[in-house]
Design a protein around this ligand. Sequence first.
Ligand SMILES: Nc1ncnc2c1ncn2[C@@H]1O[C@H](COP(=O)(O)OP(=O)(O)OP(=O)(O)O)[C@@H](O)[C@H]1O
Ligand SMILES: O=C(O)c1ccc[n+]([C@@H]2O[C@H](COP(=O)([O-])O)[C@@H](O)[C@H]2O)c1
Length: 241
Amino acid sequence: MFSGSAQPGAALPKRLRVFYGGTFDPVHNGHLAIARAVREALGTTVWLMPAADPPHREAPGAKAEDRAAMLDLAIEGQAGLRVDRRELERSARSDAPSYTVDTLRELRAKFGEDAPIAFVIGADSLHGFAGWREPEALLAGAHWVVAERPGSALDEHLPPPVARLVAGRWTLDAHALRTTPGGKVLRLRQPLHPESATQIRRRIAAGETWHHLLPPAVARCIVERGLYGATPIVLPPAPPR
Ligand SMILES: Nc1ncnc2c1ncn2[C@@H]1O[C@H](COP(=O)(O)OP(=O)(O)OP(=O)(O)O)[C@@H](O)[C@H]1O
Ligand SMILES: O=C(O)c1ccc[n+]([C@@H]2O[C@H](COP(=O)([O-])O)[C@@H](O)[C@H]2O)c1
């Protein structure tokens, strides 16, 4: 089945599937820089996976369909970046809250128990990881790629419950993620990106400059759809015939 010069008995690298989940409300240049850095570090496609509208807590600033449309625009023409709508599709089938552990189970059912699967998160998300549903199952069942983020230090600054959860799982070796189905935490070293969706929503609502923080096609979509309090473009009346 395989060709090449692998030593008999050596663990053969397998295809790694990588998912970057987020509310993406809206997707910004920081998200895209991280997705590209992960694509380069792991040498594989990164699937950006918008989260569904949460039924039981405060809704995001834009509806799921708008957030997904902005993601489509953001990755247009970018090799190795794709959008995965499985969480939106799942929430359309049931209005139960969408948890990452449910997504992992769905991915395992599709790709098998042996397939290497990795999720990408920012350091601030890792800080809150102990509060996620079934954090131990998530860590054992998938790899985690953690992007450094300003204001959320890693190493000895992790909250103690999270430090205990991830102890012994850290690696700097991207290749290690292809040899097991899950269980490792890779620190993604990359230039820090200051963008935050909260800051962008606030700037739009306050009428401050914000276009430079996201791709032009996404900025256009925000204006055209009047998202986050942006003034929608009003088309001039058609000239009289
Ligand atoms: N600038 C950034 N640097 C590193 N990680 C980031 C950055 N922006 C977002 N992330 C990570 O990407 C994932 C999805 O982020 P999300 O869609 O919540 O964007 P956000 O900018 O954190 O939004 P908000 O300000 O609304 O919380 C999260 O795991 C988050 O930690
Ligand atoms: O499953 C959980 O308990 C859980 C708790 C918090 C966040 N998440 C996921 O983490 C990703 C980033 O979340 P957010 O809120 O920072 O956009 C997104 O895919 C969420 O579904 C998942």
